[in-house]
Design a protein around this ligand. Structure first.
Ligand SMILES: *Cc1c(COP(=O)(O)O)cnc(C)c1O
Length: 426
């Protein structure tokens, strides 16, 4: 069942989110519409924090960079993992303290590194080349930067290849066999203070064994680097905890992750004789299930399949098209109705791949019904585009029956926003 207490519920045959009837939301705001439940964000954060009470949680800003949503996480005490100058700007604006921000990225511009130096955040350095550039920028500003080195641990999680980041052939990080040499070099460089070690093996991982492999491999490196005389203050193991998108899918919980990681981390820290802080960077787990995308049925078509044509496509939710992701869908105004047939839910975009849900058992669907796409809170709106000349939709925050608009819908002016037409075309 898709219902979650105090989050997604059924009332009078309608889907309710955060105490608010989705049919009322559509009447007031129209579709497509992203709807996020504030309380669910807080609950997810607290559950993670409870499983890792001594760790710092750096929210992975790329999963959802709506400012209000980042403020909610900042209020809960989250730090941030940012991957660009824009994400750094948003994280600071959201009120996340600079000492809890780690600036990641495999191809940072000099301007981005300057911004890191000016704002005084920590940097996860992805290559020796970057290390030298940062050293030059920091020393020219007479600053010393606290850094981690991003390690490519060569661990292969079972997940979609496009979200596997710690394979030997991945573009991220310094090969684990070269890491010790890299720390030797970092210690000598002006303006560089190596105090951390970082990795991230991938996303939507549904099995805990890659995490135990990772923590062991990282503690091996912590041991070698400590022997060099480097005093590490933190070990950041990234994230990647999957969530159950499919009915019946079982995902490890933060507590399961903690049960695997903490005993190894504690035992080995003690053996090495170091007192380091553990950092984790959850994205999907905190936001994924907090949000639904409401979309209206424009047209029904019976062809080789029964197609439900809705008003949101991969312009607003690219995950199915990009990663073959499964998102559960329900007919929000008919949640009590019995299954009637098998439907394929497609968007309005002029691309064959614009399919949101393949072959799903749904109640009898008709024009103007509301289809809710669940678990759209991570890598949803933030990956949207204006493809096919479609302005982006609004985002709504609900909380215990209250409703706030947290992003206005775009209009045709936004399609033209930064375009300039040279005089000869006027
Ligand atoms: C994407 C990313 C994360 C978040 O991953 P989730 O699977 O969403 O939890 C954390 N750290 C880094 C470095 C990332 O690139």
């Amino acid at each position: 069942m898709f219902t979650i207490k105090n989050h997604l519920e059924k009332r009078n045959g309608h889907l309710i989110i955060g105490g608010v009837d989705t049919v009322d939301l559509v009447e007031e705001f129209g579709t497509p519409l992203y709807v996020t439940n504030e309380q669910r964000i807080r609950d997810n954060y607290r559950r993670y924090h409870q499983a890792f009470p001594e760790a710092d949680l750096y929210y992975a800003a790329k999963a959802n960079n709506n400012l209000t949503i980042m403020r909610i996480l900042a209020q809960e005490g989250a730090g941030a993992d940012v991957f660009s100058d824009g994400e750094l700007y948003l994280a600071l604006l959201a009120g996340i303290p600079r000492e809890k921000i780690l600036f990641n990225g495999n191809s940072k511009t000099d301007r981005e590194l300057e911004m890191a130096v000016e704002t005084g955040v920590r940097v996860s350095v992805d290559s020796l080349d970057e290390l030298h550039t940062l050293s030059r920028i920091a020393s020219s500003q007479k600053k010393t930067m606290d850094i981690a080195l991003r390690v490519n641990p060569d661990v292969s999680p079972v997940t979609h290849p496009k979200i596997s980041t710690g394979l030997k052939t991945s573009k991220f990080g310094i090969p684990h066999k070269e890491v010790v040499e890299a720390y030797k070099e970092a210690v000598e460089l002006e303006g560089i203070n190596p105090i951390g070690m970082h990795c991230h093996i991938g996303s939507q991982i549904l099995d805990t064994s890659p995490f135990s492999e990772t923590i062991n491999r990282m503690m091996d490196l912590v041991e070698q680097v400590t022997r060099l005389g480097v005093e590490l203050e933190f070990l950041d193991i990234g994230s990647g905890l999957g969530i159950p998108y499919k009915k019946g899918e079982v995902a490890p919980t933060p507590q399961d992750l903690s049960d695997i990681v903490l005993p190894i981390f504690r035992k080995r820290s003690q053996a090495i004789g170091v007192d380091i802080k553990l950092v984790i960077e959850p994205g999907r787990y905190l936001l994924g299930d907090t949000t639904i995308l409401l979309t209206s049925v424009n047209t029904m078509k019976k062809a080789a399949k029964k197609f439900v044509g809705v008003d949101a496509g991969f312009n607003l939710l690219i995950r199915p098209a990009m990663y073959d992701s499964y998102h559960h869908v329900v007919v929000a105004n008919k949640v009590a109705a019995p299954v009637s047939s098998i439907y394929t839910v497609v968007g309005p975009i002029c691309e064959t791949g614009d399919i949101l849900a393949h072959d799903r058992e749904l109640p009898a669907v008709e024009k103007d019904d509301i289809v809710a796409i669940l678990d759209a809170g991570a890598y949803g709106f933030c990956m949207s585009s204006q493809y096919n000349g479609r302005p982006r939709c609004a985002e709504i925050l609900v909380n215990e029956g209250k409703v706030d608009v947290i992003r206005k819908a775009e209009n045709f002016d936004d399609l033209m926003a930064k375009q300039l037409v040279p005089a000869r075309f006027l």
